[in-house]
Write a protein that binds this ligand. Structure first.
Ligand SMILES: [Zn+2]
Ligand SMILES: [Zn+2]
Length: 345
């Protein structure tokens, strides 16, 4: 085992504190990455707020960039010194129908998560990237697109990939009318991507204060979702809705804003939802879901961001302020993603 420094919480409710943790020694296909920046995702907050003591200790962090510091004997795709980015999946079986379809995110054996997962060989719990170094299979590290700010790339690896895959699956492009529910870490990237792909973008938000922001990110229309009259006026106006809101909410009013054959794709885990099937029947509408992204879609997203100069809007904090970042994220006080600068570790 090798060791590195990381922010770890040892029990439910405990603060993250810098400590020494173990990483595996490099396998033939592995690389070691010296982490420069790691995004702060809502998942990190959920993990730390879990009341399940068996899920601890936790080192969060699953969207990061860094520099290759060591390579395994079989690695020829990257070299020491190359900048790379890593997301929330660090391994998968590679053989099941999902993996063969390039959907490692839906691997039948469950993909290995960047933290809180199980190492495929040892079963050891994976520890995330609020850390100075990470050891990862080279196949799950992506070259950093040239010319992009590394801090702004880190959130692309979870938030960005998660919205990119469904936008592409439903052929977002010129002539498509796309609605985005929620203007947070995921939503702001969904707006940028959909606009850059050529779609006509509408943002649904509970806060009229976000209207100007939504427009400057690329939205042509903003609907305040608590305004019943505004929601009624939007009926039948959209081909695709990407729903980034993880809190429980009624999908009916949004389904009614879809046009014929429109799809509402919710991201993440809402649990059981009650949907009036008449909201689907009228207009032959679809309700779908999506989570994370496979290797090909993630690669494609990074290429697209490189070509179009797209990064996340971030507030960078020294990693020592990780608890401040988490507290402010919990209050929704960030536009639109915190990124920890790991150079102080
Ligand atoms: Zn995430
Ligand atoms: Zn698989």
């Amino acid at each position: 085992m090798r060791t590195t420094t990381a922010y770890r919480a040892d029990a439910p409710g405990a603060d993250l504190r810098p400590t020494t943790i173990e990483r595996r020694e490099l396998r033939a296909g592995d690389i070691a990455v010296r982490i420069t920046h790691c995004g702060v995702c809502h998942t990190d907050l959920h993990a730390l707020r879990s009341t399940d003591s068996s899920a601890f200790p936790v080192v969060p962090g699953h969207e990061f960039v860094g520099v290759v510091s060591e390579i395994g004997s079989d690695v020829d795709t990257v070299a020491i010194g190359d900048p790379v980015a890593v997301g929330n999946i660090v391994d998968s079986c590679g053989e099941c129908p999902m993996c063969r379809a390039g959907q490692q995110n839906y691997c039948d054996s469950f993909p290995t998560l960047t933290y809180g997962g199980a190492d495929p060989e040892t079963g050891d719990r994976t520890m995330g990237a609020y850390s100075a170094e990470y050891v990862v299979r080279a196949d799950f590290a992506y070259p950093l697109p040239a010319g992009l700010d590394p801090a702004g790339v880190a959130p692309l690896m979870c938030a960005g990939a998660t919205v990119w895959e469904p936008l592409r699956h439903w052929q977002t492009g010129p002539g498509k009318r796309v609605g985005i529910i929620g203007l947070g870490g995921l939503g702001h990237l969904a707006v940028k991507f959909a606009a850059a792909l050529g779609a006509e973008v509408t943002v649904f938000t509970t806060s009229s204060a976000k209207e100007q922001d939504a427009r400057s990110l690329g939205a042509e229309a903003v609907v305040v979702s608590t305004d019943a009259e505004a929601m009624r006026s939007a009926r039948g106006s959209l081909d695709l809705i990407i729903d980034t809101v993880s809190a429980d909410h009624d999908l009916g009013p949004y389904l009614r804003t879809l046009a014929l054959d429109g799809t509402l794709c919710h991201l993440g885990d809402l649990g059981p939802v009650g949907v009036d099937t008449m909201d689907l029947l009228i207009g032959r509408k679809s309700l779908s879901s999506s989570g994370s992204a496979g290797l090909p879609a993630t690669r494609e997203m990074l290429d697209f961001c490189g070509e179009h100069g797209i990064t996340a809007d971030v507030e960078v904090l020294p990693s020592a302020q990780v608890m401040t970042a988490l507290d402010r994220l919990a209050k929704g006080d960030v536009r639109y993603r915190f990124v920890l600068d790991m150079s102080d570790l």
